[in-house]
Design a protein. Structure first.
Length: 365
């Protein structure tokens, strides 16, 4: 029975991913044909003009700083076949002094960390603003498609993956001197799902979190129910789900930015709205019915993006960004990389701008 459900889930995922990536492949084919015609014309004129992505500046996975790949040993755990967590670490040039902030970036299914670094162009921002970027990588021994087990909060699955990432963060903060009060986590799709577990179980380790095209949390506990949440959203009141998982009065709060495409057919946009309610509740800005309380809210629309902000005492606590015509892809990224799109504003810039305004109180830097 378990194998049949797994095949059903993977089959459904494959069909939906094919539907989402078809426009990317078609766009790439058109780009190749245009490039070929342009190159032929240039050759006739006695010159060859290099063709670039529509996204400028074209991003390498790492830019002017230090890129390293390594693995972090994991403690023994029953049922766990993977004994280490692989990761990439990008540190900007030495012109930046002091303890650098650290941004943890969690990729989605069928992605590796080099693709995620190039597609999001986060390392370009690290060079510009002065922060380090950590890219944990899911093992294909743990999941055939490289997905994080965000829907299974157990020590041998998503809960263990979240713990491993926190252990890695703690090690790097101690060894590299990163600022423990300015550690942030962002994820795409399944990576965004795992960010929810980090926020729920380790709120003192992170100053803010970001979700791009991610599912709402707390209603899925298997691959099949995860697919249902992705397609339809939560079946229960988001605030009630939060109350069942944590004690709202004791939770220290977690600022969150949520970015989602209106044309996403892999993770329904309804998930973004429900995630916003969940984080309003976690931050004491929604009542038990999920209705906003105790916060100012602002709505703005420009350049194909609708933004809804919730602010308390002058601080932006929850931000929801809905982007028109964007499918299941990172907005404003390098569209030569699958699951990244040139449509919409630069999501990486939006996320870092939000992160930069938050520091975790009570944590030594």
């Amino acid at each position: 029975m378990t194998k049949s459900l797994t095949k059903l889930w993977l089959g459904s995922m494959k069909r939906m991913l094919h539907a989402q990536t078809q426009p990317i492949r078609e766009s790439a084919s058109r780009s190749i044909r245009r490039a070929s015609r342009a190159a032929a014309s240039a050759a006739k004129a006695g010159a060859v003009t290099p063709q670039e992505s529509r996204v400028r500046p074209r991003a390498a996975a790492w830019v002017n700083g230090e890129w390293s790949r390594a693995d972090h040993p994991l403690p023994p755990s029953f049922g766990r076949f993977v004994k280490h967590l692989e990761y990439g670490l990008y540190v900007p040039p030495v012109k930046y002094t002091g303890n650098l902030p650290l941004v943890v970036m969690l990729h989605g299914c069928k992605q590796n960390i080099e693709q995620f670094a190039q597609g999001t162009r986060m390392n370009l921002l690290a060079d510009r603003y002065g922060f380090a970027v950590l890219y944990p990588e899911q093992s294909h021994r743990a999941h055939a498609h490289g997905c994080w087990h965000w829907y299974e909060d157990t020590a041998r699955a998503g809960g263990g993956e979240a713990q491993a990432i926190v252990d890695l963060v703690d090690t790097l903060v101690a060894e590299r001197g990163f600022d423990a009060s300015r550690v942030y986590a962002a994820g795409m799709s399944a990576g965004a799902g795992l960010v929810s577990l980090l926020a729920l179980h380790f709120p003192q380790r992170f100053a803010a979190v970001a979700f791009h095209s991610g599912p709402a949390f707390g209603d899925a506990n298997s691959g099949v129910t995860a697919m249902d949440v992705m397609r339809r959203g939560l079946h229960r009141n988001p605030a009630a789900i939060v109350d069942a998982l944590v004690e709202p009065g004791a939770y220290p709060g977690m600022p969150a930015i949520i970015v989602h495409g209106d044309d996403d057919r892999v993770v329904a946009p309804k998930n973004a709205e429900q995630l916003a309610v969940e984080f309003l509740r976690l931050n004491g800005l929604a009542n038990a019915q999920g209705q906003p309380v105790g916060a100012e809210h602002f709505e703005t629309s420009s350049a194909g993006m609708h933004m809804l902000d919730y602010r308390r005492d002058g601080e932006f606590v929850v931000r929801l960004c809905r982007i028109e015509k964007l499918a299941h892809a990172w907005a404003g990224g390098d569209d030569s990389v699958p699951f990244h799109s040139s449509i919409g504003p630069d999501a990486s810039e939006l996320i870092w701008s939000f992160f930069a305004s938050h520091v975790r109180a009570g944590v030594a830097s």
